[in-house]
Design a protein around this ligand. Structure first.
Ligand code: NDP
Length: 625
């Protein structure tokens, strides 16, 4: 390593250079020791050197630098005030690390005077300041500190030289795509994947996939990975949620430094994120629970990103996250600070809950339309819908799925009807219970997946059902389209209500319109309706506060009942649509039979009840028998 300490006379090049040499073990050289005799004679006579005098001196230093670089490196103290001097110095070895010791004229003058016995012409110092062309590159060390502190600062900055700006742990589907996305945006990146039996080449395979111009370093040893990162270290953990995250965090803690930032980009439960946030805070480490949506393609080309944690932690990584995120219609990043603690992961969880119900609605539509239409006809119907306000990413991929053939067969027709899940839908559903709000559509969608998985049971019981259903009535596709629009509004309503309630409960102060905005692109639930939602939440707390959307719901009621009736008469499970409709009926009904529930509760448990005509603070009990 070649380090040149530059600066005007009296800035402390020799003192700092020697200390730096002591701490790093790199030999120290004083540039003044390499002047030719003619220069020494001139200086001894008190004459200043001109550029012609300096030229042979700088050239000889350049040759020495070349030699030192091949040996043990060097720390060279050399004023190198002008850019053209630095060009000559680096003419034979251009990887020099320039360290500019910078301080004001008065500070240096004062220090020189204090030293005593050291004479320096005031004009000479002033002319050096005039000559100084401060380099924009390299390390700039403020000399107002003590030499020890200056040395310490330089060492910490040196550690960052040639180090990666960002790190990613986990090169699975998401981690590798996000890594390529980050590196493509010009960030120097380090990546790490554990070595598991049979998967020894994950890192090298990944590096082979990466473009040559990308600056990526690969590691299979955690400590080396951590050491390769500049401080504060910024590490995105992109691995399986749950215990694996805790294990990786525990392995990282002893090798991280105060102020480093860990970002969990997986689908972690927000309550786990809350705990990890507090735990890492106690270790003086930042922690960002970051929701990422968009699947593999989104991660590579631009996902929707939902970061939560302390705002000041987020601000350090904001440029990277914004650079890799999808862009909304106005060109703004689909990434915004969500809120404290696990707010980012909470919002991502609800995103997935909405996604579950959106997917199930399309599955129920597919089931209903399949009664009288083949895949091609269904494609035509859905393609038409996708040209309207119903357009969405999920509708688009459903159309593509319906069209896809392999060996002359529709792939869809060959897929076993057992739906899997990774848990985020059920977490969302449970959050509704915990916070006391209605999210029946996502729960219906989760249960629909569960019941689909009982394939053997379904096969067995289906034999007992006499299938003498006849398709008599012609199904009105127009009604289904309106029912679909209706159900989507209720689904989004339930999801955003869940977020609104969490914001209130946990005092997260979430900006709902902004959350809708970062969901307008990159994520799985991006849609035309999400664009509408951004504006709705700028002015209203809820969709149901807007007359336009209320009108859409009211006018679609009979289409909903028609579609539900059709599903009933043809034995098609249609639970997610039902849930939407039931929610709507209940929320628009003044008198519900909850009076009976209250009476029953009071009957067996003396839970008391309020009365229609008494103040709501007043509770009553009846001796029922
Ligand atoms: P993958 O299964 O493709 O990759 C999982 C990664 O986690 C691998 O690198 C794996 O390493 C690593 N890993 C697993 N267990 C451990 C462990 N105990 N210690 C260290 N590393 C471990 O998953 P994805 O990339 O799909 O998902 C990563 C995270 O992102 C998950 O939380 C997921 O829910 C979330 N997510 C996924 C999306 C998707 O569409 N796939 C979308 C949004 C979020 P190894 O290769 O050695 O097993």
């Amino acid at each position: 390593m070649i380090i040149v300490l530059l600066g005007v006379s009296g800035c402390g090049k020799t003192t700092v250079g020697k200390q730096l040499s002591q701490k790093t073990g790199i030999p120290f050289f004083d540039g003044d020791d390499f002047h030719p005799k003619s220069n020494i004679d001139k200086m001894t006579k008190g004459m200043s050197l001109n550029d012609n005098d300096r030229c042979p001196w700088l050239l000889s230093l350049a040759s020495n630098i070349e030699t030192w670089a091949e040996e043990n490196g060097a720390i060279l103290a050399c004023s190198a005030l002008k850019e053209r001097y630095r060009v000559v110095l680096s003419s034979k070895y251009n990887d020099i690390i320039w360290v500019h010791l910078s301080g004001s004229h008065d500070l240096i003058k004062g220090r020189i005077e204090k030293r005593g016995g050291h004479f320096m012409n005031a004009d000479l110092l002033a002319s050096q300041f005039k000559d100084l062309e401060t380099p924009e590159y390299g390390i700039h060390a403020d000399i107002s500190e003590s030499p020890e502190k200056i040395t310490e600062n330089i060492i910490s900055k040196l550690e960052n030289i040639n180090q990666s700006f960002f790190g990613v742990i986990g090169l699975g589907v998401m981690g590798s795509s996000l890594s390529l996305n980050i590196a493509e945006k010009g960030y120097a990146l380090s990546v790490y994947n554990r070595i598991a039996p049979g998967e020894e080449n994950i890192v090298s395979d990944f590096l082979n996939k990466a473009d040559e111009v990308m600056q990526i370093k690969g590691f299979t040893e955690l400590k080396a990975f951590v050491n390769s990162l500049e401080r504060p270290r910024k590490i995105l953990i992109m691995i399986k949620a749950g215990k694996a995250i805790d294990a990786v965090i525990e392995a990282l803690i002893p090798i991280l430094s105060e102020g480093d930032i860990l970002i969990d980009g997986g689908n972690s439960h927000y309550l786990d994120t809350n705990k990890r946030y507090e735990y890492l805070k106690s270790k003086q480490l930042h922690f960002i629970g970051c929701g990422v949506s968009g699947g593999e393609e989104g991660a590579r080309k631009g996902p929707s990103i939902m970061p939560g944690g302390a705002k000041e932690s987020y601000q350090i990584i904001e440029p990277v996250l914004e650079a890799i995120a999808a862009k909304d219609k106005k060109g703004n990043a689909c990434c915004a600070y969500v809120g404290l603690q696990g707010a980012g992961h909470f919002v991502k969880m609800v995103h997935n809950g909405i996604e579950y119900a959106e997917m199930q609605l399309l599955a129920e539509i597919y089931a209903l339309l399949s009664i009288t239409n083949n895949n091609e006809e269904i494609t035509t119907i859905l393609s038409q819908w996708n040209t309207t306000d119903l357009s969405s990413y999920l509708l688009e991929i459903t159309i593509n799925i319906l069209k896809t053939k392999e060996n002359g067969k529709y792939v869809l027709d060959t897929i076993l009807d057992k739906a899997g899940n990774k848990g985020t839908g059920s977490w969302s559903t449970k959050a509704g219970f915990d916070l006391g709000t209605v999210n029946t559509m996502m729960s219906s969608a989760v249960f629909a997946r569960y019941i689909s998985s009982f394939k053997e049971k379904r096969k067995h019981l289906s034999k007992f059902i006499k299938s003498d259903l006849k398709v008599t009535d012609v199904f009105d596709v127009n009604s289904l389209e309106k029912a679909y629009r209706f159900a989507r509004i209720i689904n989004h309503h339930q999801g955003f209500e869940l977020i609104r309630l969490a914001s209130k409960t946990f005092n997260w102060q979430l900006n709902i319109s902004e959350i809708a905005r970062i969901w307008t692109n990159g994520c799985i639930i991006r849609s035309e309706f999400m664009e509408t939602s951004v504006n709705v939440f700028k002015d209203y707390e809820s969709y149901l506060d807007t007359t336009d959307l209320l009108e859409v719901l009211i006018s679609a009621e009979n289409h909903m009942t028609k579609s539900i009736a059709y599903s009933l008469s043809h034995r098609v499970p249609f639970d997610t649509f039902w849930s939407a409709y039931n929610h709507w009926i209940a929320i628009t009904t003044e008198n519900l039979p909850a009076n009976l529930i209250q009476a029953q509760r009071d009957y067996f448990g003396a839970h008391m009840y309020q009365k229609i005509d008494a103040p709501k603070e007043q509770f009553f009990h009846t001796n029922w028998y």
